[in-house]
Write a protein that binds this ligand. Structure first.
Ligand SMILES: [Zn+2]
Length: 192
């Protein structure tokens, strides 16, 4: 007899059941729908990754002079100013992690779609890492928000640029993509 776990409340149900015996939520694995949804969110995230990196994340107006900087420009400026730890954190949080995450999600979705069961532990581990780092990816947006809220010097005005909005949307879409993947597919497809 085989069993299936309810994604909502965690109860173990008989495989033949359509709804959870405890909470009534659907327990069937809809692999195709889950992977298609995840893939759609991921494509949208990739689309927003581009403006997030080429448009300014921050616009500063000082003495009437307008200055805009993208994420990369920010990292370079911090590095040149000698703020190595800050430059490193921004580089890792804003450029490296989103890129690695998108690549990892493509890999997971692709291998689930094609029923590739090699290195299963690695995939599960990778998936949990993506889930775990999700909320931290918004650290950049928080920095911008805090800067905007804190700095109210007379002649300096800071406003978030299109880059910041795109970045936030990209992070949210990546998280939605990870959430759309039903992890039970890994077990279902690869059970020996
Ligand atoms: Zn349940």
């Amino acid at each position: 007899m085989s069993y299936i776990r309810c994604n909502f409340c965690g109860a173990t149900n008989l495989r033949s059941r359509k709804r959870c015996r405890r909470c009534g939520m659907g327990v069937e694995i809809k692999a195709k729908k889950s992977l298609q949804t995840a893939f759609a969110f991921l494509i949208a995230a990739v689309i927003f990754y581009i403006p997030a990196n080429i448009y300014p994340i921050l616009e500063t107006t000082k003495f009437g002079k307008r200055q805009a900087s993208t994420i990369v420009e920010g990292v370079i400026a911090m590095y040149q100013a000698g703020d190595y730890p800050v430059a490193f954190i921004i580089f890792v949080a804003s450029i490296l992690i989103p890129f690695v995450k998108i690549a990892a999600l493509f890999y997971i979705i692709f291998s689930l779609w094609h029923n590739r069961c090699k290195r299963l532990e690695q995939k599960v581990w990778l998936y949990h890492l993506i889930e775990l780092t999700g909320p931290w990816s918004l650290i950049d947006v928080f920095v911008v928000v805090i800067l905007v809220a804190l700095i109210h010097f007379k002649n300096i005005a800071i406003i978030p640029g299109i880059g910041a909005t795109s970045f936030a949307l990209m992070v949210v879409l990546t998280m939605l993509s990870a959430l759309a993947i039903d992890v039970r597919i890994l077990g279902e497809r690869c059970e020996r």
